[in-house]
Design a protein. Structure first.
Length: 172
């Protein structure tokens, strides 16, 4: 795999969904998505049919290498308005910024694309480095994490080397 990403300047996104604290060692992703998917029909004003799996690392990119480090994982959808957030769900405003977008083909358990990004592409990039912002995956409406033919987009926050980090805006 020698995939070159698309470099995208992302506009601000309004998101609605649910989140859980977890670590890679104490992964609660399936539980989070079961809870959200059971209530997804309650979210009004959806912008599209995609789903977003987002990760927020409170201690910054350095914690990516620690499987015990806790982070917030979000199961969300993009909306046009934050006027109607269902009870038990939270809104989140994803700030604009630059992302490297990779296509992943295969089940969610196949980490080869992530391994390529963080052990080959990013360390060898002459122009970009990891930024301290949200990481996320865009999942199509029919996404099945177990499907060997599943497709998703992996969005990695980047900045031009030497640029100051962009801080995430957070909920609301």
């Amino acid at each position: 795999m020698r995939q070159q990403p698309k470099i995208v300047e992302l506009a601000q996104k309004k998101l609605v969904g649910m989140s859980r604290e977890m670590s890679r060692l104490n992964d609660k992703t399936a539980e989070l998505w079961r809870a959200f998917m059971g209530r997804r029909h309650e979210v009004a004003n959806r912008s599209n049919e995609d789903y977003i799996s987002m990760q927020l690392f409170p201690d910054g990119p350095s914690q990516l290498s620690d499987p015990a480090a806790t982070f917030a994982k979000w199961a969300v959808v993009e909306v046009d308005s934050l006027d109607s957030v269902p009870e038990g769900m939270t809104s989140y405003t994803l700030q604009p910024g630059m992302y490297a977008v990779f296509e992943h083909n295969g089940p969610a358990s196949d980490l080869s694309t992530f391994m390529y990004i963080f052990t080959e592409w990013l360390p060898n990039s002459r122009a970009y480095e990891l930024d301290d912002r949200e990481h996320f995956e865009v999942l199509p409406p029919n996404y099945d994490a177990l499907d060997p033919n599943a497709r998703e987009e992996i969005w990695i926050p980047i900045k031009t080397k030497g640029q100051r980090p962009t801080l995430p805006s957070g909920p609301g």
